[in-house]
Design a protein. Structure first.
Length: 130
């Protein structure tokens, strides 16, 4: 007997087979001005999210348990990366500059952001003596 499944089961099957989250990448412009005197510090990673698996950063990413309706403003990523770089490289946060920033985020099918990870190369501008 060749019976067709009920139509209401088709969207459920698609949802089941496609998973619950979508991982996307967004590129943001650099933060701060890179000059010939900028000292290259190295890579920096900042992340937040609930139930996000960003490999070696899993512990710090899961500090934020709630979903948000949209991706945070790019200044949020800049601030997180600058703070993380200042701690990581033991320099003043006001001297930190960032090259192009790559943000990977997990979104649910409805568009809710469950977590994000931002990576960039950090540098330090030498303050001018007054």
């Amino acid at each position: 007997m060749n019976r067709m499944p009920p139509l209401f089961l088709i969207p459920f099957a698609i949802l089941l087979l496609s998973g619950c989250a979508n991982r996307s990448t967004l590129m943001l412009p650099s933060a701060g001005t890179w000059t010939a005197d900028t000292v290259l510090l190295g890579p920096v990673v900042a992340c937040r999210g609930g139930n996000s698996d960003f490999s070696e950063h899993r512990q710090e990413c899961n500090q934020w348990p709630l979903s948000i309706p949209s991706l945070p403003h790019h200044e949020t990523h800049h601030a997180e990366l600058r703070t993380k770089a200042a701690n990581q490289y033991q320099v003043d946060v006001s001297t930190i500059v960032l090259k192009e920033i790559e943000v990977t985020y997990n979104a649910e099918l409805v568009g809710t952001i469950r977590g994000w990870k931002a990576t960039a190369i950090a540098g330090k501008n030498i303050p001018l003596n007054k």
